[in-house]
Design a protein around this ligand. Structure first.
Ligand SMILES: C[S@@+](CC[C@H](N)C(=O)[O-])C[C@H]1O[C@@H](n2cnc3c(N)ncnc32)[C@H](O)[C@@H]1O
Length: 209
């Protein structure tokens, strides 16, 4: 973020991490940072505790899966799930990379060619005075478009229907096009816990015009 960007996320830290998770953050996390050599693959923004990222890693073993998440308890939960009892990353998750910070800082560092960019349940910031904190504004969507490969897709899911309509309005001010809105329900932790399945998520799939 060369200019000072508005913060789009809430807390960076929640309850104290267990000794194991603290150790994994200290020793394993630095080893799986995205590198400037890896410019292709799949990105998930705001992965929460990373359950969908793990699915992506298993579904696409030959692709690098990069996840960005500034909430350290989420990062630690993912590390805990992908490491065995000896703090070694399980072989099926060797293609995962973690950026434990604001994704916009990652885009400042590397120009990518992602085939998929996932944003599941972005923080909706429902109060009018917080609207400027919404991540998926036209400027950010344009930035995502610049980091897609030919034919690449941005997949957004939210069960905050007002935010959904707001995103569709933002898309009008970009050079992205809506490819689809149909998607099977993906049950991330947020979807399962916070919404208790009371509101169906809606999806927006975007590509370059
Ligand atoms: C409502 S949670 C959803 C988490 C997860 N996708 C799920 O469905 O369980 C939104 C997440 O987006 C993350 N987030 C917000 N702004 C972000 C940014 N600029 N870069 C990366 N992650 C961000 C937050 O820290 C938070 O964990």
């Amino acid at each position: 973020m060369e200019k000072q960007e508005i913060r789009t996320f809430g807390r960076r830290h929640g309850k104290k991490l267990s000794a194991r998770k603290e150790r994994l953050v200290e020793t394993v996390l630095p080893k799986i940072a995205p590198t400037t050599d890896e410019k292709n693959g799949i990105l998930e923004i705001g992965f929460g505790a990373g359950e969908h990222m793990r699915d992506l890693a298993l579904e696409s073993p030959d692709q690098i899966i990069i996840g960005a998440e500034p909430f350290m308890n989420g990062v630690a939960a993912l590390l805990s799930a992908i490491c065995d009892g000896n703090d070694a990353i399980s072989p099926e998750y060797k293609n995962l990379r973690i950026w434990p910070d604001d994704v916009r800082l990652l885009f400042d560092k590397i120009k990518f060619q992602f085939s998929q960019i996932w944003v599941l349940h972005p923080d909706p910031w429902p109060k009018a005075r917080h609207e400027k904190r919404r991540l998926l504004n036209a400027e950010f969507l344009t930035l995502l478009g610049k980091n897609l490969c030919n034919g690449g897709k941005i997949i957004i899911g939210t069960d905050h229907w007002e935010y959904y309509d707001w995103i569709l309005d933002q898309v009008k001010n970009t050079n992205l096009k809506i490819c689809d809105s149909a998607h099977g329900i993906i049950k991330t932790r947020y979807q399962q816990k916070n919404m208790a399945n009371t509101t169906e998520p809606k999806y927006i799939i975007l590509g370059m015009e």
